[in-house]
Design a protein around this ligand. Structure first.
Ligand code: KIV
Ligand code: ZN
Length: 516
């Protein structure tokens, strides 16, 4: 039997980024896009060009940077949106305009305030407009799974005749079930026979936890593109998780008779990079990329795995790029060895970034007996997405104990000027954060604070995550690394502040689709 190719359309940078707490700045989006390219994603949806100046610039920069994937921008079915989307993607090697319009009775009546006939006309006219710009046009019938099938088939036929080369039928609110989704695509293929001439796509949300199952049912029903996000991030309960779809196709190729182009050994790296950028961790038991996905705690399982891994392991950790704790470099390692290691971990730092990362590695190697890949990855990932350091930490002194009020003295530099502030607080971290807030001089709320370690062991590198909220309600996250957890926490806070300054300066505040 012939094995079918399934295109992976990644929307981490658009649908994923739209979820609260997952917004990314330009540097982070470019780094993520480069990683998606490295893992051989077929289509990168880089953003929604008209939604903000920041989104426009990031779609444009990604379109100009990525060479081996199609780069798409989302657009509503309106002239302005389509023109802006084209402006953003036109320099891509393979640009795509992805326009969408809702087709369900509920959305047409209450959101669009339009009659079905007008929706049909608009879908066809706007597809034709987009098709004047390029041949790679995707049309999405938003809320397709709750649409009237006859009407949907008519829209599908219309947009294909107008030039759509991909037709996407999203389960926008994660309402469908696998059996139903299979039947839906089978029936649509009968009712709209022109679908056979184009790429048929599925886009599933995860409100009932069925996003991946529904996507796989769609593959069985003949779709040749699935839309998904790394770690399943996305609005509400998220989108179908890319790593789960890809590994289901890989592990159960016998059943699906289908495969993707994804380099599966890049999966863990992509997941970790996204977690580092957004500060949103995956649950430990998350399939494929959770911390416990390949852990065999029970004695009986360990025994089985030692005899033959296949007893309890349906795929190898190596197949998803999980190399547990391999010991790499030490304090005597030189810059060349470090650079090689960094490159093999999938990072491509420029000279300055490499220099900074190498200095950090050296000072870590002085403090820590063993430096693992995961330590290096954490250092380098942080450097790769480092925004300009408007504020730099010079020094800190903390006075704390269980019988005194904690005080912190923090000294930082901004534009060559040293600023020093003192603050009291409920414990050393609170005192330090309050002192930084005084230096920055604006009201910030601590939204989240987490401290973990990059690897196990007494001398492990502390990894702090700080999320701050501005008076306007925007949340920025920052990470900090140090073998001293207080220092890691201070760095994390300073990084969040620097991101806030960079993001506001570049106009990157993301606007959600509904509010445009
Ligand atoms: O969920 C959805 O319907 C979407 C479309 C805009 C493709 O994200
Ligand atoms: Zn969606």
């Amino acid at each position: 039997m012939e094995v079918k190719k399934i295109k992976i359309f990644d929307t981490t940078l658009r649908d994923g980024e739209q979820s609260p707490g997952c917004s990314m700045n330009l540097k982070e989006k470019i780094e993520m896009a480069k990683q998606l390219e490295r893992m051989h994603v077929d289509v990168i949806e880089a953003g929604f060009a008209i939604s903000s100046q920041g989104d426009f610039i990031s779609v444009k920069t990604i379109a100009e940077t990525v060479k081996n994937c199609t780069v798409a921008s989302l657009a509503r079915a309106s002239e302005k949106d389509i023109d802006r989307a084209w402006e953003a993607v036109k320099e891509a090697v393979d640009p795509r305009i992805h326009l969408f319009l809702a087709t369900s009775p509920l959305h047409m009546e209450y959101k669009l305030h339009m009659q079905p006939d007008d929706v049909y006309e608009m879908a066809v006219a706007m597809t034709a407009r987009a098709a004047k710009y390029c041949s790679n046009i995707e049309f999405s019938a938003e809320d397709a799974t709750r649409s009237n099938w006859k009407f949907l088939a008519k829209v599908i036929e219309g947009v294909i005749a107008a030039g759509a080369s991909t037709v996407n039928l999203p389960d926008t609110v994660g309402y469908t079930t696998p059996d139903e989704h299979y039947a839906f695509f089978m029936r649509m293929r009968e009712m709209a026979p022109s679908l056979e001439k184009v790429t048929i796509s599925s886009h599933c949300h995860n409100d009932l936890g069925l996003g991946v199952a529904n996507s796989l049912a769609a593959v069985r029903a003949g779709v040749t593109q699935v839309e998904c996000t790394v770690n399943g991030i996305g609005e509400r309960a998220g989108n179908a998780a890319m790593e789960e779809i890809v590994m289901a196709l890989y592990t159960r190729r016998d059943y699906y008779q289908a495969e993707s182009n994804i380099v599966t050994s890049e999966i863990v790296h992509s997941s970790n990079l996204l977690t580092r950028i957004t500060g949103v961790k995956v649950q430990p038991n998350k399939a494929i990329v959770g911390e416990n996905a390949f852990a065999h705690e029970a004695g009986i399982h360990q025994h089985g795995v030692l005899q033959n891994r296949a007893t309890y392991e349906i795929m190898t950790p190596e197949s998803v790029g999980l190399n547990k704790n391999n010991l790499v470099l030490g304090k005597h390692s030189g810059k060349h060895a470090f650079k090689d290691r960094v490159n093999s971990l999938g990072y491509d730092l420029d000279e300055t970034e490499l220099e900074i990362a190498f200095e950090k590695f050296k000072s870590l190697a002085d403090k820590k007996k063993t430096v693992y890949d995961r330590d290096i990855e954490a250092l380098v990932a942080k450097e790769a997405v480092q925004v300009p350091r408007t504020y730099r930490l010079n020094s800190f002194v903390i006075n704390s104990g269980n019988t005194i009020t904690s005080t912190a003295v923090i000294k930082m530099t901004r534009d060559e000027k040293i600023i020093e502030k003192v603050s009291r607080g409920e414990g050393p971290i609170d005192a330090a954060f309050k002192a930084i807030e005084k230096i920055v001089g604006c009201e910030l709320t601590l939204e989240d604070y987490q401290i973990g370690s990059v690897t196990e062991g007494e001398d492990a590198l502390g990894d702090a995550l700080v999320k701050i909220k501005t008076a306007g309600g925007t949340v920025f996250s920052g990470r900090g690394l140090s073998t001293d957890v207080i220092e890691a926490s201070i760095h994390a806070y300073v990084n969040a502040v620097n991101k806030m300054i960079y993001t506001e300066k570049e106009g990157f505040t993301t606007v959600r689709i509904e509010s445009i």
